[in-house]
Design a protein around this ligand. Sequence first.
Ligand code: NDP
Length: 330
Amino acid sequence: MAGGGATRRALVTGITGQDGSFLAELLLERGYEVIGMVRGPAAEPLGSSEHLRGRLRLVPGDLLDPDSLSAAVAGAQADELYHLAAPSFVPESWRRPARTLAAIAGSTASLLEAVREHSGHTRVFVAGSGAMFGAAPESPQREDTPCRPETPYASAKLAAHQLVGQLRANDDLFACSGILYNHESERRPESFVTRKVTRAAAAIKLGQADHVVLGDLGATRDWSFAGDMMLAAWLMLQRDEAEDYILASGAGHTVAEFVERAFAYLGLRAEDHVRVEAGLRRAPEPTPRVGDPSRARDRLKWRPTVSFEQLIERMVDADLRALELSSAER
Ligand code: NDP
């Protein structure tokens, strides 16, 4: 890390995504120079980070183009690299398994290689996923729980996680894998069930919709607030030792609980407005996907600031505001 009060520099892949935007805000607040990697022309909208545009330096890079990743790392000479970019919508990974593997595991290998060759002082955080545990033999999962990934996305995340551990040991890199469980915010796209639910509840409350169609209300997830997750990512790179951490709340909730809370917060009864469609159901998961965040709590002193209930309320409030604003503009 740069010492003596010099401005620290961070390179962030996935800057346009949900996590990238929260991380960029956190880093800018702490005085970092933030370099965001983008795959399209710099003039294109920056997604969730558009409001930060003037405060970010942008560099080109595509997960599927190793040379572009290497150039980004070599050019940035960053103190910290946060590798957040990924095709993050799990169902899509069934459609494009080869591309998923290349974009997640291949990009991680390329970035670590580039750090080793061109920027050895850079500390690296890689966004892993609790999905890698799949049909694990235990719940909650810990850092050493055996992995049995069940989707191409999960296999790719496991491969990336293992590469981090291998190059850390073999090449003495300061590289860490954050094993992230579900995390949400008002910046989550509506393709994810949580945001679909909060958006629909708000629309129904405002009389703009009558019902929402969902599937698989029985799946258990461990939900956190995205901003809290990015604080943990930052804390991981401030330690003396590079280690992997489960980042999770430690509590499992079903999708049905999420739905009920979102509707109840608005004084609505979920059963009056939610239709469950069999075709949208997924195969039941044998192991509840819940993480044990003890290591992060003990060693990082990480304390999430937003509870499950507060997260839902925050998302519903944001959707209400956004829908009211857009109907006022019409
Ligand atoms: P988002 O989907 O919001 O953001 C994904 C980012 O990756 C976007 O900036 C996107 O850029 C970028 N990206 C995708 N493909 C490419 C590519 N080929 N080249 C360059 N950039 C690309 O994800 P989140 O912020 O929610 O997640 C961040 C990380 O955390 C991901 O690695 C995800 O897998 C992981 N994770 C997330 C969880 C969650 O619950 N949110 C749970 C577990 C893990 P563009 O705007 O150009 O599409």
